[in-house]
Design a protein around this ligand. Structure first.
Ligand code: IDC
Length: 327
């Protein structure tokens, strides 16, 4: 009997240990991106986690939140996280014609809250596009970043993108750099550490130009955008130059269709880009989380849900992007 009891208690002990191990493994794998990495920082040409290890942002951008604000919700973000995303980009177009209104700050707040609850990184994207020169909307930008840096500057998961895509008659030294200096100064009043991403000339393609005269200060990186069916070797060689010159780059917007966001999809070119980004450990964020009938949309036009997405709800581009996230 004694022997039997001893065996039983040994067995119970073993089972308990196993149980603890299983639970431990579960909670380890259930860590959110933020729990895994902590605050992201720029070190040399890399984005690193709080321990200094190189990490790759993998994310999805909303479409303009004036038009597709319904996708700014926790359930939508959660399904993206499940599919491999660690970052959400909230795109607020800066011009009235594209729906800019201060009322949309509430949507930004909602997006930050949802991403934060999910332990995801969140990029606040001041989406200049129609107004190609960031100086045009500078006053508004300063107010925008003041408000949000003040509100979220202490959080570890916030990233600021201060001018989506400068374009037209815009020069780095003459226009973007002085704009960036002003906006960065404003953000740094409230947020000393989080990453600030700066747009580059020609729809955020000319990262090579920036290498001639980068900005002063910590935790600043530069963005390169590409649409793989349109942008190929020429833009890739700009990225090579930036990398060789130690410029930190983050791809805050890309797709594998053409630059209009529509047209044909070029997976071969997309795969080549992904290979380069993996080699350089450069993060990337896909345009866009919505069901608009255009190639870049991640969600099928026939899918009317705004959250809890399944693989079968994804477009060709959506499937491509989520497959890359898992790599
Ligand atoms: C596109 C949208 C499209 C919208 C258009 C104008 O996909 O539905 O009508 O903007 O607002 C960018 C821009 C991004 C563009 C995207 C595709 O940052 O706003 O979105 N693109 O054209 N740069 C290169 C491509």
């Amino acid at each position: 009997m004694k022997e039997f009891l001893k065996k039983c208690s040994l067995l119970a002990c073993a089972m308990l240990t196993l149980g603890i191990m299983v639970l431990g493994a579960q909670s380890a794998s259930a860590k959110t991106p933020l729990q895994k990495w902590g605050r992201l920082q720029v070190e040399g040409r890399n984005i690193v986690n709080s321990k200094g290890k190189k990490v790759q942002i993998k994310g999805v951008s909303t479409h303009g939140i004036a038009w597709f604000g319904q996708y700014v919700n926790k359930s939508a973000f959660k399904s993206m996280r499940k599919m491999g995303a660690n970052t959400i980009r909230l795109a607020l177009y800066s011009d009235k014609e594209s729906g800019y209104s201060k009322k949309l700050y509430k949507t930004v707040d909602k997006g930050v809250k949802a991403a934060t609850e999910l332990g995801m990184y969140v990029i606040l994207d001041w989406h200049i596009l129609n107004h190609g020169n960031p100086k045009t909307d500078q006053k508004k930008a300063l107010k925008f970043f003041k408000r949000f840096a003040k509100k979220y500057g202490k959080q570890k998961n916030v990233i600021y993108e201060i001018c989506n895509e400068p374009n037209g008659d815009v020069k780095w030294e003459r226009d973007i750099k002085p704009y960036a200096e002003k906006v960065i100064k404003k953000i740094r009043k409230y947020d000393k550490k989080n990453i600030i991403v700066v747009g580059t000339p020609t729809w955020s393609q000319d990262v090579d130009v920036v290498t001639q005269s980068p900005l002063e200060g910590d935790n600043i990186c530069y963005t390169l955008h590409f649409y793989a069916a349109t942008h190929k070797e020429i833009i890739q060689s700009k990225l090579d130059t930036a990398y060789e010159m130690n410029l930190p780059v983050l791809v805050t917007e890309f797709s594998i269709c053409d630059a209009s966001g529509s047209g044909s999809v070029d997976k071969k070119s997309g795969r080549k880009w992904m290979k380069i980004l993996r080699k350089y450990k450069i993060g990337y964020v896909a345009w866009s989380l919505c069901n608009k009938p255009e190639a870049a949309s991640l969600i099928k036009n026939t899918c009317t849900k705004t959250g809890n997405f399944k693989k079968s709800d994804l477009t060709v581009v959506g499937k491509f992007v989520t497959r890359q996230w898992k790599k």
